[in-house]
Design a protein around this ligand. Sequence first.
Ligand code: PLZ
Length: 443
Amino acid sequence: MKQERRLVTELPGPASRALAARRKAAVSGAVSVGNEVYIERGEGAILVDADGNQHIDFGAGIAVASVGHAAPAVVAAVAEQAARFEHTCFMVTPYDGYVEVCEQLNRLTPGDHAKRTALFNSGAEAVENAVKVARAYTGRKAVVAFDHAYHGRTNMTMALTAKVQPYKDGFGPFAPEVYRVPMAYPYRWPTGPERCAEEAFAEFASRVHVQVGEQHVAAVIVEPIQGEGGFIVPAPGFLKMVADWCTEHGVVFIADEVQTGFCRTGDWFASSHEGVVPDVVTTAKALGGGMPLAAVTGRAEIMDAPVVGGLGGTYGGNPVSCAAALAAISTMESEDLAGRALRVGEQVTARLATLAQVYPQIGEVRGRGAMLAMELVVPDGSKRPDAALAKAVVAGCARRGVVMLSCGTYGNVIRMLPPLVIEASLVEDAMDVLGEALAEALG
Ligand code: PLZ
C-alpha cells in the first residue's frame, strides 16, 4: 500500500454512514466516536476506511500503533502464536512468552536495580495493580495524584483521574484515600514558568504534610508527561524533586508511562529525560504492538511484597499479546524508533512553530519526541481555553483525511501521536492539512 492520503468519497463516505446508523442502533450511546470512518485495514501510518479512503493516522489508536499498523513482524508473531495456542492462563499452565516480556521490561525500564514484572490487559488494570503492590509493600493506604491526571476508567483509576467530564460523571462513589495536588504546569502556573517547579513542589510537600501525613502515603502516581490532561510537560526538575521526596519518606514513586512509554518521547521511557528512576512503572498501549497488554514493573522487593496469588487474572499476559509485544519491542530496537520519534518531533515542531507565528490562538506548542501538542486559547492575553476551536480544527482535519486527536482538561489541546514509523512526506502532508483546518476554522 502506498503511504499516501487519498480521498475517493466525501468523508465519511456512504459505507461509513451506513455503519454509523447500525452503531447508533446497536452500541451503547455512552461510547463516543470521534471520527466516524469505519476502518477496514491499516498499514504503517495509513488507515483505509470502508469506502476506500486513505487517512493519515496522527493518533495511532491513542499512542498504541507506534510500530505502525499491521507491522510485518507483529503480524507474523501473532499468526505464529495463534496457530500454536491462544490461551492457557499463565496462572494455570505458564509459557515462555510471558516470562520473556517480563525480562524485556526489567531490562528496558529505567534503573539497573533488581526488578520484577507482572502482566495485565489494560493501562487501567496496570495502574490498579501498581496501587495494590505499593499498599502491600508499605502497609499504608493513601495515594497522591495530580491535577490534570488521567489513569483510567475503573473505580480506583477514576478516583485517580482528575477530570469529571466525561470520565467520572455519575459513576461515584470513588475509591477512598486518594489525594490531589497541583501539577507543575508551566504555561498556566500563576507566577509564570520560571518558578513553577519549586513552587509546585513546595505546594505538593506542604499539602501532603498537612492534609495526609507522609507516614500514611503508600504511593505518588504521576504521568511523566500528562497525556489526556493536555500533553503537559512538568516544569524541569519537578519530577525529580517529587521522586526524591518519595525516597526520603518511604513512599513508592509510580510513573504511569502508559501513554509516554516505548520510544514515544524519543527515549524508551519519558522518566529518563528527567533523570528519574521510578520505583514502579506502569506500561500498556505501544507495549503490545496493537494487541491488549499492560504491565507493572518495579523494584523486586516491592513487586514481591503482595501475598502469593495476590496478583493475576484470566487473560493478563495472554500468549498472543506477548508474542506481539516481543515483536514490537524488537522492531523498536532494530529500527531505532526512539531516534525516529525525535526526527518526527523536530519536523512537527518546526511546522507548529511556523503556525504559531501566524496564529496567536496557538498559546503554546509543547511535548517531547513524537508526543507533541498545541494549546489553543482566546488571543486576548487571558489564556482562556478555546475548546470550540480545537473541536473545529480536529473536525476539519477529519474531513480532509487526517485523524487528529484533542485532549486537555479544558478540551483545548490538539495532540499529535503518529506511528513512529511514519514517513516524512506524510508528516508534511498532515501538517499542511492542519494548517488548512486552522485557517478554515478561523475564517
Ligand atoms: N494511564 C497515562 O493515557 C489511557 C484513554 C482514552 P487503558 N489513555 C487513553 C479514553 O478516553 O479511555 C491511559 C493513559 C495513562 C492509564 C491509561 C488507561 O489505559 O488501556 O485505556 O485502560
